[in-house]
Design a protein around this ligand. Structure first.
Ligand code: FMN
Length: 185
């Protein structure tokens, strides 16, 4: 079974986008679509970026372990909030930290907001950074509007049928890219 790493990007106290990361983990596992694990940037507590991992003289075991998890994942789902039209520093931190690990990595992006626009502005800057670092961003989107109304704290969607329908399309695009890549490797 393919492995999908879900990056939960918000480290904010009282964050809500983590609900969407929990949802994806449950969705993938319950539907036997992939092995899934959440890489929670709040738990990692990475210091502010000061050098790329491959150039660090004395890298932390946490950073090495994180890099390995990305390397070993067949695909990645990034769940990101939108902060002032961009993505959070916690996420930029780990995009810049790694290098080879991102190369041709299928990455699907879910943008989350507590308002009516579903983080529609964050997608452009994040797509661009991931393209620059040579990740393979999947074109499907999973914007979440009014996240607190849409998912509970355990990631259970209020309207499961609608959420699962959207997730099916989103995840199938990611799995397609994973399959396509496996054929070329
Ligand atoms: C510093 C900051 C800036 C924000 N800017 C935006 C924004 O530009 N657009 C938007 O839709 N929501 C914005 N929000 C609200 C987030 O969408 C909201 O916090 C949501 O729950 C996702 O972030 P969270 O996981 O940190 O909770 C902002 C929140 C913070 C803390």
């Amino acid at each position: 079974m393919k492995k999908i790493a879900i990056i939960s990007s918000s480290v904010r106290r009282g964050r809500n986008s983590h609900r969407v990361a929990l949802y994806f983990k449950n969705y993938l596992v319950e539907n036997s679509l992939a092995e899934a694990e959440i890489l929670d940037l709040k738990e990692y507590e990475f210091p502010l970026f000061d050098e790329r991992l491959r150039l660090q003289k004395d890298p932390s075991t946490r950073a090495i372990e994180f890099a390995l998890r990305i390397r070993e994942a067949d695909g990645v789902i990034i769940v990101t909030p939108e902060y002032n039209g961009g993505y959070p520093a916690s996420l930029k931190n780990i995009v810049d930290l790694l290098y080879d690990e991102w190369r041709r990595k299928p990455v699907a992006i879910s943008t989350v907001s507590d308002g009516p626009f579903g983080g529609s502005q964050v997608i452009t800057s994040l797509q661009f950074s991931l393209w620059k670092i040579r990740a393979w961003t999947v074109t499907a989107m999973f914007p979440v509007i009014k996240v607190v109304e849409a998912f509970d704290e355990n990631g259970v969607p209020v309207d499961r049928k609608a959420a699962d329908k959207r997730a099916a399309g989103f995840v199938s695009e990611l799995l397609w890219c994973i399959e396509a890549k496996a054929k070329m490797d």
